[in-house]
Design a protein around this ligand. Structure first.
Ligand code: A3D
Length: 321
């Protein structure tokens, strides 16, 4: 059987890391696309030269021509610009909306059957715009944020309990931003929910509140430390997890930015983070979690933040109205 074709649109920090993981895991052949052709070609050649060392046969090419992504099974989008210290994700719209429009047109023309995973920020609005500009089916266009946000939450919890990250599961809903909604009652260690762990005196409510806050601001913490650019290892690992579930029809239930049609709090037509089943048909199901009053309030605040960014996008690009 032919190897899968994975197109990485944007060959920067996340794009290069995605190419490295995809090649090491032999997930498929990789096309690295960037407006800077040298960056794409240089990273593809460097990784091709590493392949004999790690002993994998994925083919990697670099390009700045959309024709080379023809027939891609998966497209992962990181094209655009990352945050600088002190910047909010929403401040990236001005630069990234135009980039997403070009990318959507390239995918629509050359890889209309691909499963598309957007990472470019501000995430929920960019994936919404990508779907609108491309006209691809909403179940084939998703955003990566929840896997990363819940991984951060899991890491902080594992560190608190001094236990393996493998035994910690965490659930995060809503938009990718400081209003995201980490769901403590659905976050567990070995199946035991956080509120029970507090009763068992494994931790305290105050410490959990601090971890929730650190999770919400997790992206900014890394931006502040790096001083130039944003997180890339964990975002790349997270998007690969989603791509794998699609390519191998694993039907993982992963928190992703998906276009809701009423499954959570009756929200429709917007992309926001929710637990979704990813299989060979793309988004196959969205879990219709019933929220408690306080969770619903936080979720709707997050939805309002996404709506505000979308309104700004529509202002800038009237074709999105
Ligand atoms: P960076 O290393 O700057 O790479 C972006 C690449 O996009 C660069 O190589 C650019 O040359 C390229 N590019 C710019 N314009 C175009 C275009 N029109 N067509 C094709 N390529 C283009 O950034 P990065 O890889 O660190 O981050 C990429 C994006 O992901 C940024 O918007 C980040 O804010 C975002 N990000 C999202 C998350 C989420 O969890 C959602 C996490 C981390 C970063």
């Amino acid at each position: 059987m032919a190897r899968a074709k994975i197109a990485l649109i944007g060959a920067g920090m996340i794009g290069g890391t995605l190419a490295h993981i995809a090649a090491r895991e032999e997930l498929g052949d990789v096309v690295l696309f960037d407006i800077f052709e040298g960056t794409a070609k240089g990273k593809a050649l460097d990784l091709s030269e590493a392949a004999p060392v790690f002993g994998k046969d994925s083919k990697l090419v670099g390009t700045s021509s959309y024709a080379d992504i023809a027939g891609a099974d998966v497209c992962i989008i990181t094209a655009g610009f990352p945050r600088k210290p002190g910047m909010d994700r929403s401040e990236l719209i001005g630069k990234n909306l135009g980039v997403i429009k070009q990318v959507a047109e390239g995918i629509k023309e050359h890889a209309p059957k691909a499963f598309v995973i957007c990472i470019t920020n501000p995430l929920d609005a960019m994936v919404w715009a990508l779907q609108k500009f491309s006209g691809l089916q909403p179940r084939k266009v998703v955003g990566m944020a929840g896997v990363l946000d819940s991984a951060r939450f899991r890491y902080f919890l594992a560190d608190e309990f001094q236990c393996s990250v493998e035994d910690v599961h965490a659930s995060v809903l809503g938009g990718h931003g400081d209003t995201m909604v980490p769901l403590t009652r659905y976050s567990t260690v070995n199946g035991v929910p956080l509120p029970d762990l507090i009763k068992m005196k494994w931790t305290t409510q105050d410490r959990v509140d601090a971890i929730v806050e650190r999770t919400r601001k997790g992206g900014g913490e890394i931006v502040g430390l790096l001083g130039n650019g944003s997180a890339f290892y964990a975002p790349a690992e997270s998007a690969i997890e989603m791509a794998k579930s699609y390519l191998r029809d694993k039907k993982r239930i992963l928190p992703c930015a998906v276009r809701l049609s009423g499954q959570i709090a009756g929200v429709r037509g917007l992309y926001v983070g929710a637990p979704a089943m990813i299989g060979a048909r793309g988004v196959e199901k969205v879990m219709n979690i019933r929220l408690k009053a306080d969770e619903r309030e936080m979720f709707m605040k997050s939805v309002a933040a996404v709506e505000k960014i979308i309104a700004d996008c529509q202002e800038m690009e009237p074709s999105l109205k």
